[in-house]
Design a protein around this ligand. Structure first.
Ligand SMILES: NC(=O)c1ccc[n+]([C@@H]2O[C@H](COP(=O)([O-])OP(=O)(O)OC[C@H]3O[C@@H](n4cnc5c(N)ncnc54)[C@H](O)[C@@H]3O)[C@@H](O)[C@H]2O)c1
Length: 367
């Protein structure tokens, strides 16, 4: 098959490209290299055709779409906190980019199948259960005054007692926490809507926190495992927002790639949104501890107790739909994945820009 990957020079796109090429498909990568410091990454598969260009280039995207059977739409500007002050930049890349891609698909005779990278951030907070009221609820994003009044954890809206995070299902309303998350919601919903309307297959894979080799070690705005790794490699302390007990669902890149390939081949899941996560919570504090222990370095963890505006406390994937409809489940043990990532990271240059990012957040009054 002929496959186009927008954002194909990035972390996820490059791994999916390798797997597709391994299976004998022809792969075109469209990337403006904005996520790779304008450089062509050395890890790109030599058998993939890289087109350096923007998904918003109407003529280019129309030409590329006309040549392929499948499009993976991964092109996006990423970074939650940063998106809240670079609003135009995020909306331009992610929303206008998706709009151009969809117009291009609608405009060709033989419309390709579209697999769009959605994001767990679009849920905002995950689902919670109150054992006292025996009820599930989906809290709104915490405000600074919520945190000041009740502490970091969301509380039951009925009885105000501490609630327990539970796996988040795909039908949970999208109550986004940032401009980035809003643009991901736009990408997901617009792709599904236009696909249904014009009858071309669309699937939204809702990725949770992906980690693995090739994730940027110098982008301080995204990928907490990569940010911490960069701090440790540069002999700087790991700074944790809140109290470190907030959890994330970390999913290894190889498992994500498998889900992408399975979604490409499966025809019974058109117009579905499918969570792709591990289904397991890991606290941010435990993540830092594991990184230090595998790297064999003395622990320097600073718990800042600072609430970063818009951050969520917990969101863990319910992966039963992926298992049922796609036959997919994660296979990589978390610690094994971290070891593989660190093995790669040891040889990579990691520019630690964390403090610069933190100063920006302070200037913008987001922490
Ligand atoms: N990595 C994660 O944990 C995660 C989680 C949820 C969703 N996602 C989504 O998965 C996709 C891939 O993420 P990633 O981690 O590989 O990010 P990445 O930054 O490594 O890759 C994105 C690529 O898109 C390119 N790009 C951005 N704007 C573009 C444009 N206008 N035209 C052409 N190329 C453009 C960038 O140069 C970059 O190479 C993104 O859509 C992201 O929102 C990622």
């Amino acid at each position: 098959m002929n496959v186009l990957i927008t954002g194909g020079a990035g972390f996820v796109g490059s791994h999916v490209s390798d797997a597709l090429i391994e299976e004998g498909h022809n792969v075109i990568l469209l990337d403006n290299l904005s996520g790779t410091d304008s450089k062509k990454p050395t890890y790109l598969n030599a058998r993939a055709t890289l087109i350096v260009g923007d998904v918003r280039d109407k003529k280019l995207i129309a030409e590329l779409v006309s040549k392929v059977d499948v499009v993976f739409h991964f092109a996006a500007k990423v970074g939650i906190a940063q998106s809240n002050y670079q609003i135009k930049e995020f909306v331009g890349n992610n929303c206008v980019g998706t709009a151009e891609l969809l117009e291009a698909i609608v405009g060709v005779q033989k419309r390709p199948k579209l697999i769009v990278a959605a994001s767990n951030t679009s849920y905002g907070e995950g689902l919670y259960a109150c054992t006292k009221c025996n009820a599930e609820f989906h809290p709104a994003i915490r405000s600074q005054s919520d945190v000041n009044e009740h502490g970091m954890d969301p509380i039951c809206p009925k009885c105000s007692s501490k609630a327990k995070p539970i796996p988040t299902k795909e039908d949970t309303p999208l109550d986004t926490n940032s401009i980035y998350a809003l643009t991901k919601k736009f990408q997901e919903e617009t792709a599904l809507m236009i696909g249904r309307m014009y009858e071309f297959p669309v699937i939204a894979l809702k990725f949770f926190n992906i980690f693995g080799p090739r994730q940027s070690l110098s982008n301080p705005y995204t990928g907490v495992s990569a940010i911490f790794t960069s701090r440790i490699k540069n002999d700087n302390p790991v700074v944790i927002y809140e109290d470190g007990k907030q959890t994330r669902d970390f999913i290894y890149i190889k498992d994500v790639v498998r889900a992408c390939i399975m979604a490409m081949k499966e025809s019974a899941i058109n117009y579905e949104v499918i969570n792709i996560g591990s289904g397991k919570p890991t606290t941010i504090y435990d993540l830092a501890k594991i990184l230090y222990s595998i790297l064999g370095k003395e622990e320097r963890i600073e718990i800042s107790n600072i609430y970063r505006k818009g951050d969520i406390r917990h969101c863990i994937a319910d992966i039963s739909k992926a298992n049922l409809m796609l036959g997919w489940k994660p296979e990589t043990d978390f610690e094994l994945g971290i070891r593989e990532m660190l093995e790669w990271a040891q040889k990579e240059k990691a520019e630690d820009r964390f403090e610069q990012a933190q100063n920006e957040l302070r200037d913008k009054k987001l922490i």
